[in-house]
Ligand binder design. Sequence first.
Ligand code: UDX
Length: 399
Amino acid sequence: MPFFEPGLDELVRKGYQAGTLTFTTAYADALDGAEFVFIAVGTPTTPSGHPDLSNVRSAGREIVRCLGNRRAILVSKSTAPVGISQTLEHLHQLDGGLDLPIVANPEFLREGSAIHDFMEPDRVVLGSDDHEARAAVGELYEELDKPIIYTDMKSAEMVKYACNAFLATKISFINEIAEICERVGADVRDVARGMGLDHRIGAHFLNAGVGFGGSCLPKDVRALSHLAAVYGSHPQLLNAVLEINSEQRRRLVGRLRNVLGGLRGTKIAILGLAFKPDTDDVRDAPSLDLINLLEYEEVRITACDPIAAESARRVFPDLECEEDPLLAATGCDALIIATEWQQFRNLDLDALRRVMRTPVIADGRNVLDAETVRRKGFVYLGFGVADGPGLPVVAGVTV
Ligand code: UDX
């Protein structure tokens, strides 16, 4: 596998060995006898915030060319602005082909649990104005025995954006509440627990911290905000969600600056490079923003991640990485937890205290117990957790 996804290696090997899964770079081979053609190519964000649709367009063009006068149902899985499936339809008509049915079928897979999310989806959304075609795609999913929502094409595409934007909003919401908690002396983790049990709110996506990253949430909120603006709408909430999210990274660095009495010349360890545990994906990961912000202040950085070091080095070739968190923390003036990998939840605090130059922990994922960490002699900075006594400390001066 070119990337890490639990269970995928095994699944692909099984299909490949059984002959039910084959690979080719030739469209004609792949389309030979196909009744359904799933388009699942990437739609990365361009610097202007608009998704780059060249992959979708070129796949669409090639499919249309290869199908000729043959009929197949196109299923669009790529996340692209509302209306892209219709663009595919137009492409096809322009090329003078048959009227191909197109069904928008957004995916809701999370990295790290993609297979589970595919096999046990909360729902399947199928959007098309061709009711026969969408029913045919529905049959493919029938075996999963999950609710299937049939809509028109644009609504199906909108469901995907609205879902990711809502999840991102929940995170930025709790992060804003967290900041208020810090100021008034409340604990956001208790607040989130109290909120989450209200079934209208739900407990998921209420973990405060250094904010969301990954290949979807940031990209999709940006794309939706861009789309809204293009259509003359003023997406105030979406923009605030993004702004709060970038602010989380800056806030963490700012708090460290205050605590250490300046950052220039300090050494800081970042535990966790992946945008979340169980993946080696660092796209839009908080760690990347933190590295940029810290490098700007001439901080010496050591990083540690069980599997994402390689991916991060593709962005920062000179990044110093250690396999052991203790080695990464050695001689450091602060340690940041940027990803809640299991091993970072169970750090040996006594050993850490011995190897660090200045014992400061910025817990960007709120995974450590503030009191325990403080009892071990650290300054603990959590998100939405009131600062303890002993602040500020000065880098290099043992507290
Ligand atoms: C997301 C959607 O969940 C999925 O439905 C969609 O198909 C693709 O995008 P994914 O990108 O894999 O999935 O990550 P997700 O688990 O949603 O987490 C996104 C980010 O939010 C991570 O950086 C995570 O650390 C952060 N997060 C999540 C929080 O900061 N707080 C939370 O409470 C939850």
